[in-house]
Ligand binder design. Sequence first.
Ligand code: BGC
Length: 505
Amino acid sequence: MDVADKYSGKLTLRVVLTCIMAASGGFIFGYDHGVSGGVTSMDSFLKLFFPSIYKMESHIAHSSNQYCKFNSQLLTLFTSSLYLSALVAGFGASHISRMLGRRVVMLIGGMCFVFGALINGLAIAMWMLIVGRILLGFGIGFTNSAVPIYLSEMAPYKYRGGLNICFQLSITIGIFVANLLNYFFAKILNGQGWRISLGLGAVPAVIFFIGSLCLPDSPSSLVERGHHEECKRQLVKIRGTTDIDAEFNDILAASEASHRVKHPWRTLFERKYRPQLIFAIFIPFFQQLTGVNVITFYAPILFRTIGFGSRASLMSAVIIGSFKPVSTIISIFIVDKFGRRTLFIEGGLQMLITQIVIAIAIAVAFRTRGDLGHIPIWYAIVIVGVICVYVCGFAWSWGPLGWLVPSEIFSLEIRPAAQSIAVGVNMISTFIIAQSFTAMLCHIKFGLFIFFGCFVGIMTTFIYVLLPETKGVPLEDMAVVWQRHPIWGKYLDKDNQKGNEKSEC
Ligand code: BGC
């Protein structure tokens, strides 16, 4: 039977609402992720927590090298500290996810978000700022480990791509809302607007926490923990049919295989999972090497560096941010039609071309010493426009697929462990880029875009050559796509031959 006709379930309203609720965890990630760029460009915030940077910033407005204006490791540590704690939490999450289910992990994540946002909003000392960021990082580690898997397991396989991408959609909306609020709060409450920007993160966190209390666990996780009847009941409800035996039996078989695995971490590193493991590592790594977060975190700083005024910088970040959700919605509708590979490759080419154009545009406008003052308005509009095209390329390809693909390529027994690796690599790469961006801008200037452009070229080739298409394949049948792939098929064949030789001996 063609895998495409395997199960008879439909896309029900219940599954859509459940997935939207779970995906809203991405909103908080996006919000916390997007809020710091604007907050760290607010004078009142800098004056209170980073007085030396504030002084430097005001004094060197006419310095000889504009690119180095914002080069401070302490400031970037504020932005990036949460990625390190997310990395740690991600690894803890995999164990809890396997033992207690995806929902419990989401609940823990939601709680960390609530406290982290409140502490940050009320911060009066540096340590509060850092503790808040660390808690938010824990929230991200837990949520990002559980939600993508949960979505992939809840969704009917034919719609898995679209439903999973709701997570990325929430991330982009979260970033957008954070940018918008930063813009409006920058000048209010005697300069205390940053408190509202940071503290408001608690609102979606409470909603996510309460929502997660009401969600059912995913069918695979229920079976894995022995709740067979509950899984059948859930399948009937979420698939809108009583004909769920085929799907249930496949999940049961996957779960029996899963129980034979006592050490998921060790198993994950076995040779037979090498192809998948390579993608769990390289997809999030490359996702960050697209350079998208240079725009996400530092758009306001970047724009100020190249000569925009402070309000114009925040506004440009808002305009650019609005392109992300729109493009992500497009990918929700096309990912299960055109497939993952097509989006990866098209998005990659689009980013590559625009990065080259941006680098040339900035280089031409500013001599490398960057001491030009203000650029003509039409030129600024062109640069912002090209950055928008770049952002769209990311937002319908590497953005959503960076979460979707790692969550769907692994078998049940190692799925949470593999997802922790994907989250960990994403976070550490985000950390490194956040930490090094201002120094890179200072030293390689517009070459920054060439640097990321080279990586985009490499990652697009990597996908073209090595990634099998996974659209329309049930999770339980995913092993087949690797066996059919021209390169991985040979690699796995060798493995099988070795296995056969051993058993003949
Ligand atoms: C990435 C983030 C990024 C966001 C932007 C996410 O998928 O993991 O690092 O900021 O997309 O859209």
